[in-house]
Ligand binder design. Structure first.
Ligand SMILES: N[C@@H](CCC(=O)N[C@@H](CS)C(=O)NCC(=O)O)C(=O)O
Length: 334
């Protein structure tokens, strides 16, 4: 019995080690596409239309990774996941990247066997209320019914906020985002709380979007970014540097339409980014035009943002480049 148990534990450990050290790039090349975990529908970030075409800034990141590997941003498949399902889907190997408005926190980085590869959107948690409630500040919400999603950072933030302000509240939490929207729309709660970007997105689904307002308080830091499994540094670097490439492209003025001609640029930083100088792609296990292909597929960070998040009415704000008053800053390709 004891022997059997020892064997089972050893086999389990081997399976876990095997998974963690698996070369995701090899698997992805073999199957011919990147499997990307996204939301179940969040306009601006990851949202499918009626024909099943996915768009959004998180979707663009996965397309960019696919293009960096295959030279084709369509070599990607999407797995819609609830907040609760997302980390298991990644650790079990069901997906290769989680790109789903997911907040980088210490617990998630250290306790789940996962790593955040960067930040593609700096957000913060906000609260939306029906304008008819006459509330101007979150400080007036003592005793409120608050709707949100389970399995998110949202629940702890809202609890911290009400506790530290010595106010009471009643949390009404659902697994699916659309259930939260429906409950709030039906008046089951006074408040809808989540990331401010998600409030802007979900607001568009309400019966009368103009009858609601987002309160001024931002109660948390929600740096959103792509996540990969621990133990595969090459894959981690591919995801991290694809994101960096899109941000650097904006800074260097490389766009979807000029990326091919920019390969002839005299600027050494552009040459390195686009693979006409150095071996940066090779060092990732990719072709040297990896970044050029990623930019060709989705545009630079600004182009992707304008097409996806900006239509929600969200200005760049802190997500502007560091050189334009924001905090979006990518280390150099050098
Ligand atoms: N950024 C937060 C919240 C993420 C989250 O799941 N938010 C909900 C609130 S709108 C959502 O994206 N729902 C869309 C869905 O479940 O498909 C986290 O990482 O925990």
């Amino acid at each position: 019995m004891k022997k059997l148990l020892t064997f089972a534990i050893a086999a389990g450990a081997m399976a876990i080690t095997g998974l963690a050290s698996a070369a995701t790039l090899d698997d992805v090349r073999t199957k011919g596409y990147v499997q990307c975990g996204v939301s179940q529908g969040l306009p601006g970030f990851s949202n499918a239309d009626d024909s099943g075409n996915w768009t959004g800034i998180d979707v663009d990141l996965c397309r960019a990774v696919a293009a960096a590997i295959f030279g084709d941003g369509d070599k990607v498949r999407f797995t819609p996941l609830s907040a609760k399902q997302r980390f298991t889907a990644l650790s079990s190997g069901e997906i290769d990247i989680l790109s789903r408005n997911t907040t980088w926190t210490m617990t998630r980085d250290t306790q789940l066997g996962l790593n955040f590869a960067g930040v593609n959107y700096y957000d913060g948690q906000g609260m939306m209320v029906p304008s008819g409630l006459g509330v101007k500040s979150a400080m007036e919400l003592d005793g409120a019914n608050i709707c949100t999603n389970t399995g998110t950072t949202t629940e702890l933030n809202i609890t911290d906020f009400f506790r530290s302000n010595k106010m009471s509240f009643n949390l009404v939490a659902f697994e699916k985002a659309d259930e939260v929207v429906a409950a709030y729309d039906a008046g089951r709660c006074d408040v809808y709380t989540t990331d401010r970007s998600a409030l802007a997105a979900q607001r568009t689904k309400l019966t009368d979007p103009n009858a609601h307002k987002v309160l001024p308080e931002i109660i948390s830091k929600e740096p959103l970014g792509p996540v990969v499994r621990q133990g595969d540094d090459q894959w981690f670097n591919i995801v991290r540097w694809t994101l960096n490439a899109l941000i650097n492209a904006e800074e260097l003025g490389v766009t979807q339409s000029n990326v091919q001609s920019m390969k002839n640029s005299d600027n050494p930083a552009i040459k390195r980014l686009l693979g006409t100088e150095g071996n940066f792609g090779e060092e990732l296990g990719l072709e040297n035009n990896w970044a050029a292909n990623a930019i060709q597929a989705v545009g630079n960070y600004a182009e992707s943002y304008e097409k996806t998040v900006a239509p929600l009415g969200l200005a760049r704000g802190v997500n502007a480049l560091w050189s334009a008053g924001g905090i979006m800053y990518a280390p150099p390709v050098r």
